[in-house]
Ligand binder design. Structure first.
Ligand code: NAP
Length: 238
């Protein structure tokens, strides 16, 4: 299955922003590996994009599992021998569901569960896949964060989600710093408030608007930004 195309992985690609980012990157000519923790959902999402004429395959990936992350790395190494783009999109927002929307009511377990996906998941998958970028000294890593993680105007409510996105931004900075001097660029993005299962029906942004900056960061030129936080293609405060 070798390819001359650039190879991109999107986590949580079966719906929402992940599915749209997969579509837009594939439209730009990337060989897309759409990953999903539920294999059946991943397969049907990939078939949907294939039916639009796009070069998309699906692979299972649960970002909370070391084994699953390693298996994905082995698959990519065997099939393509390299990776060009990683969009760390998979995320959960469960504060309200578990009745702890105030920090005074929040359960530590909610925080642990949220960090496991939104922070450790990104670290785990990035650790597993960066060797495939180092091999060719090229890589673009996009961490899908949120304005809710900005310290600059941190508000109340949703503590687990907010803390996870602040921590994710630190993860972005640390990876970027340790990859200085390579052509592997690592950035965080806030997609804005987007109509998805997570964002809800009242969100003002469409999926296309939501993924615009994700795709832009995934396709940066050499020597472009690294270690930054962006919304609408502009740097924003941490
Ligand atoms: N929508 C917004 O307004 C908004 C704003 C700011 C930031 N964001 C961020 O954007 C990203 C995507 O959000 P969305 O709105 O598209 O959310 P969504 O519709 O709820 O989709 C979340 C995706 O993440 C996947 N996922 C969750 N846990 C996973 C795991 N352990 N392993 C692999 N995949 C997992 C889900 O898979 P399943 O289908 O199996 O559950 C789903 O594909 C998230 O990181 C979110 O925090 C969204």
């Amino acid at each position: 299955m070798s390819t001359n195309k650039k190879v991109a992985v999107v986590t949580g690609g079966n719906r929402g922003l992940g599915l749209e980012a997969s579509r837009q990157l594939a439209k730009q000519g990337y060989q897309l590996i759409l990953t999903s923790r539920d294999e059946t959902k991943g397969n049907s999402a990939a078939i949907k994009l294939q039916n639009e004429g796009l070069d998309v395959i699906s692979q299972p990936l649960d970002v909370t599992s070391d084994e699953s992350s390693q298996k994905l790395a082995e698959f990519i190494n065997k099939e393509f021998g390299k990776l060009d783009v990683l969009v760390n999109n998979a995320g959960i927002y469960i504060d309200a569901q578990v009745g702890g929307n105030s920090i005074f009511d929040a359960k530590i377990d909610t925080l642990k569960q949220t960090l496991e996906t939104n922070v450790y998941g990104v670290m785990r998958v990035t650790q597993a896949l960066v060797p495939l970028m180092k091999k060719q000294n090229y890589g673009r890593i996009v961490n899908v964060s949120s304005g809710m993680g900005q310290l600059h105007d941190m508000g109340g409510g949703s503590p687990a989600y907010r803390i996870s996105k602040t921590a994710l931004n630190a993860v972005t900075r640390i990876f970027a710093s340790e990859l200085q001097g390579t052509n592997i660029l690592v950035n965080s993005v806030c997609p804005g408030w987007v109509k998805t299962d997570m964002g809800g029906a009242n969100a003002p942004r469409t999926l296309e608007q939501g993924v615009d900056t994700i795709v832009w960061l995934a396709t940066l030129d050499d020597s472009d930004a690294t270690g930054g936080f962006f919304r609408d293609r502009q740097p924003i405060d941490w």
